[in-house]
Design a protein around this ligand. Structure first.
Ligand code: ADP
Length: 359
């Protein structure tokens, strides 16, 4: 049944502005400002305040003031993409599409602001990723080409062929690991684990990951010690959490000297489940701590290459954490060791639904 709209439901119409304008602006997917003919802010959406464009009822951003002036001069609609600072500190910017148009009969102006920052951020991430991955692929592919040539030239020297072939095998394994990690990372960026989440016990996942890493730890006489761990439940995606936890344990092994210990613990507080892995390894210099979660960032590229690292492990962990509404942090002292802590929101009162408890 059609119900006529009561007058009080609609926003008040300013004199000289077209009727229904504010109602219309409210349903447009943009922030808005309406200026009087004296450039005083007459109306604005709530969200515009966070962008820092208005101060003392006036426009505070010079590029937008210029755009308004241009519209006043021409009497015509204008638009521009602007990069405005996010705040007084740092280099963060908002990427905004700003559209300005004259409206009404009294010299009012409407400014529509579309925040394209997220779109711009994703685009630049994609560009960086393509550039990085091309660079990373070049190394093993280049090595394979050189080794293939060497094999051809050594056709009458079986010992040399054997040596080059085994190097080729190493490079091919590296290449396939890299491709697998890229696939993992791109899946993580596309999938939302909470849409189809299971109740999972982090302690069970941690023990399974330790079992997998045991062989490479034994080879280097590294002992993995797991603290007495209670069941700690989270809602999430099993394979993503397994991947994150394995990456952290494998790194602890890779960046530790022989005959040391790696400690693993799972604890829960009221709201959080914390997985920590501590090693007695090389540690990470302060200046690198912020950057190690970036894709392909390595403190010591030569060492990472030696251990077969792809440079993607920690960015995968970071993605898994944020996909689950958690975070990852690190404490480290160069030459002493590191502790990585993965925190996830605890699934409370759901343990009875879990299918992990019997395992
Ligand atoms: P990689 O494949 O190179 O190990 P990651 O993304 O997993 O890539 O880690 C990024 C960098 O962070 C590593 O190259 C290494 O320099 C540093 N790092 C990660 N974990 C540890 C650790 N447990 N101890 C010392 N350095 C670490």
């Amino acid at each position: 049944m059609f119900t006529p709209r009561r007058k009080s439901e609609s926003a008040p119409v300013q004199e000289g502005l077209p009727a229904g304008l504010i109602d219309l602006l409210k349903v447009v997917d943009a922030e808005y400002i309406i200026l009087t003919r004296f450039d005083v802010v007459q109306e604005n959406s709530q969200g515009i305040l966070a962008l820092g464009i208005i101060r003392d009822m006036r426009i505070a951003s010079q590029p937008i003031i210029n755009l308004v002036r241009a519209v006043r001069r021409s009497g015509k609609y204008e638009e521009e993409t602007l990069e405005l600072p996010r705040g007084p500190l740092g280099s963060g910017t908002h990427e905004l599409l700003v559209r300005v148009a004259p409206i009404g009969s009294d010299g009012s102006i409407v400014i529509l602001v579309f925040d394209d920052s997220e779109f711009a951020r994703l685009n630049s991430m994609r560009r960086d990723f393509v550039a990085n991955i091309s660079h990373e692929l070049k190394t093993p592919i280049g090595a394979l080409l050189i080794l293939a040539e060497a094999v051809l030239e050594a056709s009458d020297d079986p010992a040399a062929i054997k040596k080059f072939a085994s190097r080729m095998q190493i490079e091919a394994v590296r290449l396939s690991e890299l491709v697998q990690e890229v696939i993992n990372l791109s899946r993580l960026q596309d999938e939302d684990p909470l849409q189809d989440a299971e109740v999972l016990d982090v302690a069970v996942i941690a023990r399974a990951a330790i079992d997998e890493c045991r062989l490479s730890a034994d080879k280097r006489k590294i002992e993995i010690v797991i603290a007495d761990t209670p069941s700690c439940f989270v809602l999430g995606d099993r394979s993503q959490l397994h991947m994150a936890i394995s990456n952290l344990i494998q790194n602890a092994i890779n960046y530790s000297p022989e005959s040391t210990r790696v400690g693993v613990a799972v604890t829960c507080t009221d709201d959080l489940v914390e997985f920590t892995v501590t090693d007695q390894g090389v540690g990470i210099p302060d200046k690198d701590l912020e950057r190690i979660f970036e894709r392909f960032y390595r403190v010591d590229p030569a060492r990472s290459r030696e251990t077969g690292g792809t440079g993607l492990g920690l960015s995968i962990v970071k993605h898994v954490a944020s996909n689950h509404g958690g975070d990852i942090s690190v404490w480290s002292l160069e030459g002493q060791g590191s502790t990585f802590t993965l925190r996830l929101p605890r699934a409370k009162d759901l343990s009875s639904l879990s299918n992990e408890s019997g395992r």
